[in-house]
Design a protein around this ligand. Structure first.
Ligand SMILES: *[C@@H]1O[C@H](CO)[C@@H](O)[C@H](O)[C@H]1NC(C)=O
Ligand SMILES: *[C@@H]1O[C@H](CO)[C@@H](O)[C@H](O)[C@H]1NC(C)=O
Ligand SMILES: *[C@@H]1O[C@H](CO)[C@@H](O)[C@H](O)[C@H]1NC(C)=O
Ligand SMILES: *[C@@H]1O[C@H](CO)[C@@H](O)[C@H](O)[C@H]1NC(C)=O
Length: 182
């Protein structure tokens, strides 16, 4: 009974947050690309699916020959995000550099230095890690971050504290959301 309640709780949580995509196997057996994150694919056995990741985090699953490839052949990123963005006028500028499927950015102010390293997981979403160093104290936070490209030189940005990441001067719930354009 307790197990059943647990299952129902998980199902309703998924419905509410809509964060876990429900995948239905098109055929009983086969492998299918995951459009939410091309580094992974669904393996179906007897109609039951299992999400699996490519052996390397820099590889993408290719449906045409069912292998993991360094360069995707069936899709490409939609926008170019390279540029300098004003976060706070005269104080914080974010320098973004997009090279193929890798995206980096830095920003430095008198108080905080940020760096981000990320990679496209599909046409518009970049996931990566941001470090945030406070000059005065040396305290460094590690954040999980996601960039969502919404146009050329235009994106939204989400962060949440990484597991075991230090909070430093961040305030609960240690997450942020903002959109910037050039
Ligand atoms: C799917 O694969 C399983 C295990 O290999 C096999 O027993 C089953 O017959 C297959 N089903 C179909 C429809 O091919
Ligand atoms: C990319 O993946 C995210 C989830 O990781 C999903 O919300 C979004 O719709 C996907 N974008 C495209 C273009 O498929
Ligand atoms: C799979 O396809 C990609 C791109 O079309 C190609 O570069 C690669 O060599 C292929 N791999 C195999 C094992 O056929
Ligand atoms: C974005 O920029 C690329 C070149 O970097 C261009 O090919 C594409 O058309 C642009 N897209 C939009 C929506 O402006």
């Amino acid at each position: 009974m307790l197990q059943l309640i647990g299952i129902i709780a998980v199902i309703s949580l998924n419905l509410i947050t809509n964060s876990v995509a429900v995948f239905t196997c098109p055929q009983a057996n086969g492998t299918y690309v995951n459009r939410d994150d091309y580094r992974s694919f669904y393996r179906c056995i007897n109609g039951i699916n299992m999400l699996q990741y490519c052996p390397s985090a820099t590889q993408y699953y290719s449906t045409s020959n069912a292998t993991c490839q360094d360069i995707p052949t069936e899709w490409s990123y939609t926008y170019d995000l390279t540029g300098t963005y004003t976060i706070t006028a005269n104080t914080e500028y974010r320098h973004v550099y997009q090279k193929d499927y890798d995206v980096y950015w830095t920003s430095d102010t008198p108080t905080v230095a940020n760096t981000f390293i990320g990679r496209y997981i599909n046409e518009t979403h970049v996931v990566g890690i941001q470090t945030r160093l406070i000059h005065l104290t040396g305290c460094t936070s590690v954040l999980n971050a996601r960039m969502i490209a919404i146009g050329n030189k235009s994106f939204c940005y989400y962060t949440s504290l990484a597991l075991f990441g230090r909070t430093c001067d961040l305030e609960a719930p240690y997450s942020s959301y903002a959109c910037v354009s050039q």
